[in-house]
Design a protein. Structure first.
Length: 149
């Protein structure tokens, strides 16, 4: 059924809530897991009158990539210790775009993601990666709502 499962992670414990579900599925199905982290430009508000988007400087991008690589390696190692086939990918860009791009490139049968469950202004300001994926996804999506804490 599912041979390749794409798992976007942002380094938070809430995002990692999907891992127990993915572990069980991959174990039963013999599926390969792809762990994905995207590094995106940051929104900066230098003052009340102006808002601009700036990209990371080269040094910042190298540092962010190093942090992401270390994080994904740690998660990969834990999953591989359970006998699972795991690879990692880091991509630059907005999370929804990164997820959809990698899903297509890797021919993922399933995208598995934990929603942070933001609502109200938090959802408007930060956007919702889960909602963005749901609106544009062309393949099965496993979505769980991560609990606070």
């Amino acid at each position: 059924m599912y041979k390749t499962i794409l798992v976007p992670l942002d380094g938070s414990k809430r995002a990692e809530a999907i891992l127990s579900h993915v572990e069980e599925m991959a174990n039963k199905l013999g599926a390969r897991i792809i762990l994905l982290t995207s590094i995106e430009e940051k929104l900066v508000n230098p003052g009340a009158m102006a808002t601009s988007v700036i990209g990371y400087k080269d040094d910042d991008m190298v540092e962010q990539t190093k942090i992401a690589k270390s994080y994904l390696q740690e998660v990969q190692t834990k999953l591989e210790q359970q006998g699972l086939k795991v690879s990692t990918t880091i991509i630059q860009g907005p999370p929804v775009e990164a997820i959809l791009t990698v899903a297509t490139q890797e021919n993922a049968d399933l995208i598995a993601v934990a929603s942070h469950g933001r609502s109200g202004l938090g959802r408007v300001f930060y956007g919702s990666v889960a909602a963005g994926i749901m609106q544009r996804v062309d393949r099965p999506l496993l979505l769980i709502r991560a609990q606070e804490g």
